[in-house]
Design a protein around this ligand. Structure first.
Ligand code: LLP
Length: 416
């Protein structure tokens, strides 16, 4: 459920007409709903009830400081994959003691900074990384809290680019090798083993792969306990899908119930790292139709947003809903490819969409809050979009539209 609804045919973000936002801030523009973000966080939090748990929102899905700040105020933790994301969390008022650090290539300076601010845990993805964390922690004279990311070899049944828990993927540690690595970690003096984790993929729409991965994780945990290694928390990663079109992903409550079936009687704190399920439906992308190009075999609606603003359709053939901001306008319906101005055939937001539009109309791409702005670029020297957060009847600019001059401010021409 989200707070982007039509009132008398006009699309609103909470209590604000999106047409007014576009008039004030221009397009393309990402619009987030605070009430939706808060609702999604609370639904997850409530789903785990009294069992000790920490929701570590995956910053990569949307790292805007406004978004992070709303979640930090609710007590959220954060899953980060770079020191840049760590600095965002800190700047947004997040608590470093609730940060977990994932990713296959953490650099020594990133590990050092994370130790300096006292993060909750490093999710370690290889033996080489274990040794590296030991060295950095030794230099600092501290003990680094670690969890090993296990690759449970389950098929999440999602797009191959966003499957991460198969043995051929680059992520995590082979589950068969994990007992040896845990024994190694336990012997290293500047490491403190605290947990076990996995993340099997993104946009999962079935519960079964989560259940299978958890079964395998628990087998391992029992072996580790028998080996004398104490585990404090289990981090189950992110990955719960959302509805873009006609998917029927499990509700967070169903997901949590399935996990708790196996975990409620066990002493482990549960960590989860949802990104998309928290922020995906809490954002839309507003774009204006620049012109229509009608050809005998194909109609194009050329809009001012492009693949640099929202790459999911181009990169994953993702279907994202495109709707008019004003459904009361009398327009001739046609079938369009909705395309951006970038010089690539792959630059489209949607294909074969039945729309009634003329030049100047405003459109909204729904469910664009996750991996939208976060994956945007300056390709074709296009300034990145503005981002605003609606809170009831108020609108806050949470990131100003970039200026062209800023895009090459760090560049130099050669000396004369
Ligand atoms: N934890 C780890 C270690 C991850 O790698 C990810 C996402 C998450 C948590 C959050 O997953 P989520 O709950 O959002 O599914 N750009 C792609 C998605 C890439 C996901 C990468 N990892 C897309 O737009 O579909």
């Amino acid at each position: 459920m989200d707070h982007f609804n039509y009132r008398d045919g006009r699309l609103y973000a909470e209590d604000v007409a999106v047409a007014d936002i576009a008039a004030q801030f221009g397009t393309p523009c990402y619009v987030y709903s605070r009430a939706t973000l808060e609702r999604h966080y609370r639904v997850f939090d409530a789903a785990f009830g009294a069992h000790p748990h920490l929701i570590c929102y995956a910053v990569k899905a949307n790292g805007n400081l406004g978004v992070l700040n709303v979640l930090a105020r609710l007590g959220s933790g954060f899953d980060i994959v770079s020191v840049g994301e760590l600095e965002r969390v800190l700047a947004a008022g997040g608590d470093p003691a609730r940060v977990v650090f994932s990713g296959v290539g953490k650099q020594a300076h990133e590990i050092d900074r994370a130790l300096a601010v006292g993060i909750r845990c490093f999710n370690v993805e290889s033996e080489a990384e274990l040794e590296r964390i030991q060295q950095v922690a030794e230099r600092r004279g501290v003990r680094a809290p670690v969890s090993l990311r296990i690759n449970p070899d389950v098929d999440p049944g999602t797009h191959p680019y966003i499957s991460t828990g198969l043995k051929e993927n680059k992520f995590g540690i082979d589950i068969a090798d994990a007992p040896r690595l845990y024994a190694r970690a336990a012997r290293l003096p500047n490491l403190q083993v605290t947990g076990v984790d996995y993340h099997i993929g993104s946009q999962l729409t079935q519960l079964a792969p989560f259940g299978d991965a958890l079964d395998r994780l628990l087998d391992l945990v029992h072996r580790l306990e028998a080996q004398g290694i104490t585990i404090h928390h289990l981090d189950l990663g992110g990955g719960l899908g959302i509805r873009y079109r006609d998917e029927n992903p499990p509700q967070p409550s169903e997901y949590a119930a399935r996990m708790l079936e196996r975990l409620h009687a066990l002493p482990y704190e549960i960590l989860i790292e949802p990104g998309r399920a928290i922020v995906g439906n809490a954002g839309i992308l507003l774009t204006r139709v620049e012109l229509l190009k009608l050809a005998p075999y194909k109609n194009f609606a050329v809009v001012d947003a492009a693949m640099n603003d929202l790459i999911r359709p181009s990169l994953y053939s993702a279907w994202m809903e495109i709707v008019p901001a004003d459904a009361t306008l009398e327009r001739e319906l046609r079938r369009y490819d909705v395309v951006g101005p970038i010089c690539e055939t792959g630059d489209f937001l949607g294909k074969e969409r039945e729309l009634g539009v003329v030049a100047g109309d405003l459109l909204a791409v729904r469910s664009a809050g996750a991996y939208g702005f976060a994956m945007s670029s300056n390709y074709n020297t296009r300034p990145r979009a503005a981002e605003v957060m609606v809170d009831g009847a108020r609108v806050h600019l949470v990131r100003a539209r970039e200026q062209v001059s800023a895009l090459f401010a760090g560049e130099q021409v050669l000396p004369a």
